[in-house]
Design a protein around this ligand. Structure first.
Ligand SMILES: [Zn+2]
Ligand SMILES: [Zn+2]
Length: 284
């Protein structure tokens, strides 16, 4: 971010009476190469913007290992392990399932991201379903939540969520942009819905979706390095900029960003069963 960039605090000050807001970035690919050169500066800006931490997503076994290494040096970073639907064709249940179970035993807070992506169809759909089902099963066995990516696969996602919910598996519909029906299916199963910077884009017009999710199921995420919110669209995204997404969500829901931020922090801690440290609680 250039020094002339006003940054999220400025945006909050300009638009929200109760700034600064706190938040936890519930989904960031911080172990990606995009952050290899300046992860420390990115984390410093996250904290400065009111961020109490970030969940580093392991979207592959290799990414999960990098996320583990990154998170091990920071008490406000947590990590997950799974295989993205794009790579489902290469998912090998004995090998990858064992790696995910290992990761959970080492402290990964969730399985994923995994799910179904019929927009890109990078892997055959049957293999996507198979890999997703296996990862849901692992999440259930280990009583950990599952981070779910779903795009243009509504019927199959809904069916698998219903089944998972009936088995007591809790998940997060991450970077959610789908239908109200699928969101309601997730909510009925006890799941959470996470919104990204997409909701700040000019073309985003489904404000009703942003109001549909009840307070106690709402999360915010960056999905960085992708999907930077307005006013930083098309730049490399970073967790600090969740503040813009939180601010927009608060505006649409008619609540101040500070209050909504505290609500999403509680939700993020609850769904991932994150430890609550003394400093974090004080910062809330
Ligand atoms: Zn995703
Ligand atoms: Zn992701």
């Amino acid at each position: 971010m250039a020094s002339s960039d006003p940054g999220p605090r400025r945006a909050l000050r300009d638009g929200a009476p109760s700034s600064p807001a706190t938040f936890i970035d519930s989904h960031a690919h911080l172990a990606s190469d995009a952050f290899a050169a300046d992860a420390d500066a990115v984390l410093a800006r996250l904290r400065e913007a009111g961020g109490l931490g970030a969940v580093c997503i392991g979207e592959s076994i290799a990414a999960a290992e990098r996320a583990r290494a990154l998170a091990s040096g920071h008490r406000d970073l947590w990590w997950t392990a799974g295989v993205h639907p794009h790579d489902a064709a290469a998912y090998d249940p004995p090998r990858d399932g064992a790696a995910i179970r290992d990761a959970l035993a080492q402290g990964a807070v969730a399985v994923g991201e995994c799910g179904l992506d019929y927009h890109y169809d990078h892997s055959p759909r049957a293999q996507q379903r198979r890999a997703f089902a296996d990862q849901l099963r692992i999440a259930g066995e280990h009583r950990r939540p599952v981070v779910v990516h779903t795009r243009e696969a509504e019927d199959d996602t809904a069916a698998m969520i219903r089944e998972a919910g009936a088995a007591g598996i809790v998940g997060i519909l991450h970077c959610y942009t789908g239908s109200h029906d699928l969101a309601e299916t997730g909510l009925a199963a006890g799941w959470y819905v996470s919104f990204s910077g997409i909701i700040t884009f000019k073309k985003w017009d489904d404000l009703a979706l942003l109001r549909l999710v009840p307070d106690d199921r709402l999360l915010v995420e960056s999905d960085s390095p992708y999907l930077a919110p307005v006013p930083n669209r098309s730049k490399r995204n970073e967790p600090a900029w969740c503040a813009y997404t939180l601010h927009r969500l608060a505006e649409v829901r008619g609540i101040d960003a500070g209050t909504l931020g505290r609500i999403t922090v509680r939700n993020t801690r609850r769904v991932f069963a994150l430890p609550t440290g003394g400093a974090d609680v004080a910062a809330e």
